[in-house]
Design a protein around this ligand. Structure first.
Ligand code: UGA
Length: 415
């Protein structure tokens, strides 16, 4: 099939590279010329395992010319970001609205527009579809629109795209999603077809559930810590129950990233907007805001005053195998340490440059140097942290690094 991918961010790049690798002609579109140039050179500007390899093996056409891409393809996947606005209005739809307006101008034969960007339930039907349908263009005759949410995790996005648990196709009317169903027919997973707003809600409900599962186990973990119980043993015992399952039961620092916190906030705002106070979701978020600060409280058990003490941080990304620091737990921990007057020395295998943009004033160095600090906080479960020598050290562990237990003083946040 001939497919354009609008937005060469992490979702667009992974989707485009994988669809091209499966034999489709893919044109990637972005306004950022640097991104375009790097795709042309077979390189992505983000760190995602396997992505550069696939981009080098399967060249993807890349352009900033939206009209060219739309005219030369019959399907467009919309993968632009929906960034966070003010807390009371957490989703900024301006970029996607502008794009849809612009796409409308370029349509001259029937085109399938597929919304992959995460938008609140009702947005495609009430905002995007009318925009596409202005100036006499008619749904069905000139265009169709579908919602096809993504469930990719950073760090394993290629695998998640090629081996999904399910594919959701939201359609304005039956038949609109037939081409998409065909595109995905060999993916070997259930394909659920539903209306547009249901597809949008499935995405939000899935991320809200994952976030809730993490805050739930963190809450259990906080209780366990006070009772001298290991939350990981508890989670293991719970996880054997198939109704619960063991995934996303890792207690610790809490969830970060560009998706779970943002989507949770957007769903809370949407619920409040229609007069429903979503109590579970609100507490999930609140618990998560507070969880990183438990590391500081544990640290202060051993160093009551942090003023002028040198504290080491291992891990700055929001999780392993990514250089992404958006909403990373490290941001809250470093802010709190600096507020206490501590001096911070940090290391991360991939995220140093991104974190430095947020905190240019702290010291960035190698893992071995971090280990020389008066106390060490582990914030990300990078593999290599399991190969360091912690003997004689004071370690507060937010991610359950088994090797760190050899430290002279070792505290797990929930164990
Ligand atoms: C998440 C979802 O998992 C994807 O399905 C979804 O497609 C994506 O958001 C999105 O909406 O685009 P992602 O943000 O890449 O993916 O990362 P996750 O693997 O979900 O991890 C999120 C955070 O939760 C990380 O900070 C991680 O350390 C934390 N986490 C995860 C825990 O604290 N405990 C766990 O048991 C699992």
């Amino acid at each position: 099939m001939n497919i354009s991918i609008i937005g060469a961010g992490y979702v667009g790049l992974v989707t485009g590279a994988c669809l091209a690798n499966l034999g489709n002609r893919v044109i990637l579109v972005d306004v950022d010329r640097e991104k375009i140039e790097s795709v042309k050179r077979g390189r992505s500007q983000i760190y995602e395992p396997g992505l550069d390899e696939i981009l080098r093996a399967t060249p993807v056409e890349a352009t900033h010319d939206l009209a060219y891409a739309v005219e030369n393809t019959s399907i467009s996947f919309i993968c632009v970001g929906t960034p966070t606005n003010a807390p009371e209005d957490p989703i900024d739809l301006e970029a996607i609205k502008e794009l849809i307006r612009e796409m409308g101008e370029t349509l001259n034969s029937h085109h399938l527009v597929v919304v992959k960007s995460t938008v609140p339930p009702g947005t495609t039907e009430n905002v995007l579809l009318p925009l596409l349908g202005s100036n006499g263009r008619r749904a069905g005759r000139d265009f169709s629109i579908c919602v096809n949410p993504e469930f990719l995790r950073e760090g394993s996005a290629m695998k998640d795209f090629l081996h999904p648990d399910r594919i959701i196709i939201g359609e304005a009317k039956g038949g609109d999603g037939d081409i998409l169903a065909k595109l995905y027919q060999d993916f070997g997973c259930p394909i659920l077809r539903c209306d547009l707003r249901t597809a949008e809600m499935i995405k939000y409900a899935s991320n809200a559930f994952l976030a809730t599962k993490i805050s739930f186990i963190n809450e259990i973990g906080n209780i366990c810590k006070m009772l001298g119980i290991d939350a990981y043993k508890v989670a293991e015992g719970m996880g054997y129950d198939e109704r619960i399952n063991s995934k996303f039961l890792n207690a610790g620092l809490g969830f970060g990233g560009s998706c779970l916190p943002k989507d949770l906030k957007a769903l809370i705002a949407k619920s409040r907007g229609i007069g429903y106070e979503p109590r579970i979701l609100e507490e999930t978020l609140k618990l998560n805001e507070e969880q990183p600060l438990r590391m500081i409280a544990l640290l202060k058990r051993h160093l009551p005053s942090l003023k002028d003490r040198r504290i080491g941080i291992l891990g700055l990304a929001f999780k392993p195998n990514t250089d992404d620091v958006r909403e990373s737990g490290a941001i809250k921990v470093v802010k709190a340490l600096l507020a206490e007057g501590a001096m911070v020395t940090a290391y991360d295998p991939k995220a140093l440059d991104n974190f430095r943009k947020l905190f240019p004033g702290i010291e960035y160095t190698a893992a071995e140097e971090v280990l020389k600090c008066e106390a060490i906080l582990i914030l990300v479960e990078w593999d290599e942290f399991n190969h360091l020598d912690y003997r004689g050290k004071v370690v507060i562990d937010g991610r359950r690094i088994t090797k760190a237990k050899e430290a002279i003083i070792y505290e797990g946040v929930c164990w």
